[in-house]
Design a protein around this ligand. Structure first.
Ligand SMILES: [Zn+2]
Length: 353
């Protein structure tokens, strides 16, 4: 019998309690919460693995775009709702704990993408549904699209501020750029058959050209509501086509991208007309960088690494060529060989043939 075992036992119990509490706190800190205290983007390494850093940079870029347009956001891809019963509860808890006034958008593997912000929950839900953001396979793209809609940016109505819909600017800044190529598409392409990779590459170059043209038109000052609406539709179609080529698992499935690609081109032509700059009939690549149409408008000339004739080129390509680093022209696989992108027949002809 140990004298004073009562108080000792009580002390031991208190110690255990304190230790237990400390342990419990230590076991459940939410890394997303910690990260979002000091920055606007977070990606759990458990979700994207080696692509975590690139993915988080992409989210940060989108958050910065939105903040620049007066819509502060915090964007996150987490492993799960961290003890909360649902993603929505989790997002609300994040917002409350951070005492954040802007919009928080968060998703997790096999979970929906949710957003909480200053707008009414019903309005946010309606806009996310209308954008079918839950169907977007790439989690980064899903969060970015959801953010553009959750902040209540003008989508198609042309009303509101004198700037382009935030969704357009965001999509042009983020979706389908080098990031998509570096992560989703390229990783998938490695796994895919050569045939699938070839089909994707040919549609991809046309989509990049569509994006480059939309970006050029989007930079015009004071677009009319009609131009704005048409550009929004062009970008929505572009995004849809991108998702289709990403989802394709067999070469023939890539042709699902052709209808949205055609819609995007039609909307682009409409936007150009509305801006008083009707597209010339020189084809999709007319006026774009001949090294890679995805670079944007040709405002200079450059000799490529594989030719000796000066081609219309973007500033960057011209700069690289002048600095003794001539860029190589973009190629696509055709019949087992790699050919310059503009020597390939249009993707829709290959796909329907
Ligand atoms: Zn270029």
């Amino acid at each position: 019998m140990i004298p004073g075992s009562g108080p000792l036992r009580l002390f031991a119990a208190l110690l255990t309690l304190a230790g237990g509490a400390t342990l419990a706190t230590a076991a459940t800190p939410d890394p997303a919460l910690q990260a979002l205290r000091s920055r606007d983007a977070y990606v759990s390494p458990q979700t994207l693995g080696p692509a975590t850093v690139a993915g988080e940079a992409r989210l940060a870029e989108a958050a910065e775009s939105l903040a620049g347009s007066g819509h502060p956001v915090k964007l996150a891809i987490v492993a799960g709702p961290s003890g909360a019963p649902s993603m929505l509860t989790y997002a609300r808890r994040l917002k409350r704990t951070l005492a954040y006034q802007g919009t928080i958008v968060v998703t997790a593997p096999s979970r929906p993408v949710v957003a909480v912000g200053p707008r009414a929950p019903a309005a946010i839900t309606r806009d996310l549904r209308a954008g079918r953001v839950g169907q977007i396979a790439d989690p980064i793209q899903r969060v970015v699209e959801a953010a553009g809609r959750a902040v209540g940016a003008p989508i198609d109505d042309g009303a509101g501020s004198g700037t382009l819909g935030v969704t357009v600017l965001l999509a042009l800044a983020v979706i389908g750029g080098a990031w998509a190529a570096a992560w989703g598409l390229r990783r998938e392409a490695r796994r895919a058959s050569a045939a699938l990779a070839g089909e994707r590459a040919r549609v991809r170059v046309e989509l990049d050209a569509l994006r480059a043209r939309a970006r050029t038109l989007a930079s015009r000052p004071d677009p009319s509501p009609a131009a704005r609406g048409a550009l929004d539709r062009a970008v929505a179609a572009y995004s849809e086509a991108l998702v289709q080529i990403e989802r394709a698992r067999r070469p023939e499935e890539v042709r699902r991208a052709v209808p949205p690609l055609d819609r995007g081109l039609a909307a682009l032509a409409e936007a150009a007309r509305a801006l008083g700059e009707p597209l010339e009939d020189g084809g999709l690549y007319e006026g774009l960088c001949a090294i890679d149409p995805g670079h944007g408008a040709a405002t200079s000339m450059a000799v490529s690494a594989d030719g000796d004739e000066a081609l219309p080129a973007c500033e960057q390509c011209a700069h690289d060529a002048a600095a003794g680093r001539p860029p190589s022209r973009r190629v696509v696989p055709i019949g087992g060989r790699h050919e310059p992108f503009d020597e390939a027949p249009p993707a829709r002809e290959i796909l329907s043939g």
